[in-house]
Design a protein around this ligand. Sequence first.
Ligand code: ATP
Ligand code: MG
Length: 653
Amino acid sequence: GPSSPEEILRGLDPEQLEAARSVRGPVCILAGAGTGKTRAITHRIAYAVASGVVPEQQILAVTFTTRAAGEMRGRLRALGAPRVQARTFHAAALRQLSYFWPQAVGGPKPTLLDSKIGLVADAGRSCGLQLDRPGLRDLASEIEWSKVTQIRPADYEAAVVKAGRTPPMLARDVARAYDAYEELRRERNLLDFESMLELTAAVITDSPSIAEQVRKQYRYFVVDEFQDVNPLQKLLLDAWLGDRDDICVVGDPNQTIYSFAGATPGYLTGFSVAYPHATFVRLVRDYRSTPQVVRVANTALQAAGAAAGVAREHRLELVAQRPDGPDPVYAEYDDEPAEATAVARRIAALVESGTPAREVAVLFRTNSQSAAYEQALADAGVSYTLRGATQFFDRPEIKKALHTLRGASQGEDDAPLVATVRHILQQPQIGLTETAPEGRQARERWESLAALAQLSEDVAAERSGATMADFVAELEARAATEHAPGLEGVTLASLHAAKGLEWDAVFLVGLTEGMLPIIYAEEPEQVEEERRLFYVGVTRAREHLGMSWALARSPGGRKTRKPSRFLDGLRPASPSLAAQRGERRKQAKTIQCRVCAATLIEAAERKLGRCADCPSDYDEALLERLRDWRRETATEQKVPAYVVFTDATLQAI
Ligand code: ATP
Ligand code: MG
């Protein structure tokens, strides 16, 4: 790949270039979707490495999802910087914590909790709370919010009053359950994500020697999607940085979609206050999407900006760079299965006409919406992968493989990672064979195991000397946060999981009131977060953008659903039934003069079928020839026949 600094800078626009060249000190890129923020920071890193300003191993790039991290590593590899660390906050923290555990904490390592629900249920029960599944979920999110915003159980009640927040149940009950949750968690030696980040930050800040080691390793930081950083992640970032300021942040306030979970765009928009001497870069050219898609995105932005009272010039409107593409498609269906079937058929047609399946995504608001699309795509014979769901890690063969791999990672084995993983996966009780089997279930099993083997190659390629423990840590981070390693096919994902990514064709489905905005988004700021989610969804599409909704849930059901308010002003206004009827009536009543074709208004004339001005003794046959002549010569003029019937006209016809 290109390795000279000049080559790396080629292909950046002037503003991106400015960002890439600002290698040292604080840098902030604030720009809309698809303007090349991620590309700019990737090239900035590669440029810093190639020009010798920054040693490769001392850079930590933090991305929002493991897939984004993988993509960035891929791009960096292509740009000649394969040893740069690109990770999520969680993965980076987990590695450090495991490494420093014996020295900083000691004792048996805790188990990482990938979901709070079980523990929350136990905590609720121990407090005598009767909670159904949605109640448990609400309580789990509330505990998560409290931990992310650093509110202790004892301070919870006062904090919600101060924040003007409506708790999902009595604040006192939340506080009690939260307290019990923390106690049980410690008793059982479990670590949830928030505690994991918090503990990592504490390990660094509490020990000068660990702080020194960590800060010697990582000197340059880049954070993508900075608009969705939460106070805990910021705490960790500050611990990493110490008193240094080699930090580059990138984000788009209009893509803040995690504020419900405690994230705040304030760190991004307030960057100039924290670092007054920072380099600021604005990008406006949209390189991702066609003008047709950009138009939809800008309309959504306008509405969001207007709702938030943002001045027009601060709305980060996008300027399309790509050539024209197809118009966005808006489609209404009678019921959800009909919608899923139609979307799957459109996808099958796209794949048929040459779009690779991996270049297509179906995005929805809640994971519960995916089942209908899995079914419809399977029926249409199109392969797919599910993201943001744990399905992959729930498969028995993967569970078994993980168990064995985990066991192998405990030893002090220096054996090469890739070969070891293959060897383990090829054991008869796991059963990865050299070639793929033909029956369908065996084939699926084989594909998921092959994906594990492939992942070990990615991990090894990313860092020479990667160990089994590194590989297992990567797998655990994936199992807990994100998604399965890359099986090819149409992507089915929630809007939240789609951020930062792009596809040739994107289908936003289930766009009804109650789904997007989701039914529990009641406060105006919650609705605005839903609107930003819509904006994120729209801006994932390079070319084809489909937006659809269904009026009823199931076939024959009552059509009570309404299209999402976010579609207002976007889809061609479909005239109301009354207006359609009026139009038809008007057309039916339009009567033209048989001689001159003028529209007849007067009742007497309408009865006669001709203007009072036109002669009554017209020659019907001649008139017919005149009409033909007019049609042939495309004469639009509506001149009375008797004027036209000059000798010259008669000769002409
Ligand atoms: P998001 O806000 O969705 O994360 P982003 O601002 O990070 O978007 P990128 O993903 O970096 O945008 O870029 C969007 C697309 O545009 C990518 O396919 C990228 O390769 C392309 N792109 C970015 N900058 C340029 C450029 N200067 N010339 C050509 N293509 C570009
Ligand atoms: Mg990006």
